[in-house]
Design a protein around this ligand. Structure first.
Ligand SMILES: Nc1nc2c(ncn2[C@@H]2O[C@H](COP(=O)(O)OP(=O)(O)OP(=O)(O)O)[C@@H](O)[C@H]2O)c(=O)[nH]1
Ligand SMILES: [Mg+2]
Length: 195
């Protein structure tokens, strides 16, 4: 493969982890895959062997609901770990679905950490579907501001646009697969541009 760039792709939160599984299933090789989540079960279910348990060192951990703010703090607490993981990469691609706590709070900080190491950073994200409600949209919007601040490029797939194109009887699972396919295509283009 000669002088191919060293590219890391890290999925953060449930959607990010699912997406990395999708890439592994596709068999896109020559990439360093990493998953990071606050949810141990999501990590255990992942086919990716390079796993980061986000927030394992962040105390106190809220009993029920996390928050994007707590997940941002968790990512900062693990900053040395992330920097070690990204060491040697020419490009870091951060993947998350926004609207929840982990991806929305963690992704902008992970982007910032990679950038501080002098690495080019792209975020590939899903902006939530309208049917998921206003609160998740608000969380996504505030995360977007952080992503724009700490990346070279943000590539957004808008959930609602995917729904417009889909067949009326398509299940959510099938819709998310379409989203994953679109995000994968974007990553393949980024890989080509980086070469
Ligand atoms: N591309 C893709 N998007 C998904 C998938 N599952 C969920 N999403 C989207 O991603 C958004 C965030 O969901 P999660 O990733 O589960 O949330 P999280 O970041 O783990 O946050 P918490 O579980 O609240 O800590 C959802 O609102 C959906 O719009 C998936 O498998 N693939
Ligand atoms: Mg989750």
């Amino acid at each position: 493969m000669g002088n191919r760039s060293d590219i890391s792709v890290i999925g953060i939160g449930g959607a990010g982890c699912n997406f990395i599984d999708y890439m592994l299933e596709l068999g896109v090789g020559n990439l360093r895959y990493i998953v990071a989540d606050t949810d141990e079960q999501s990590l255990r279910n992942s086919a990716c062997t390079h796993r980061i348990s986000l927030g394992a060192n962040t105390k106190p951990r809220p009993f029920c609901h996390l928050s994007p703010e707590w997940c941002s703090r968790a990512a900062r607490d693990d900053s040395e770990l992330f920097k070690q993981v990204f060491h040697g990469s020419d490009l870091v691609i951060v993947v998350a679905g926004l609207g929840g706590d982990t991806g929305s709070g963690g992704a902008p900080i992970v982007c910032q950490l990679a950038r501080e190491s002098g690495i080019r950073v792209c975020a590939v994200i899903l902006f939530p579907f309208s049917f998921e409600g206003r609160q998740r949209r608000a969380i996504a919007e505030s995360s977007m501001a952080g992503l724009h601040e700490h990346t070279n490029e943000v590539s957004v797939t808008n959930g609602d646009d995917v729904i417009v194109d889909k067949k009326a009887d398509m299940t959510l699972k099938a819709t998310l697969k379409l989203v994953n396919a679109e995000m994968a295509q974007k990553i393949l283009s980024m890989m080509d541009a980086q070469r």
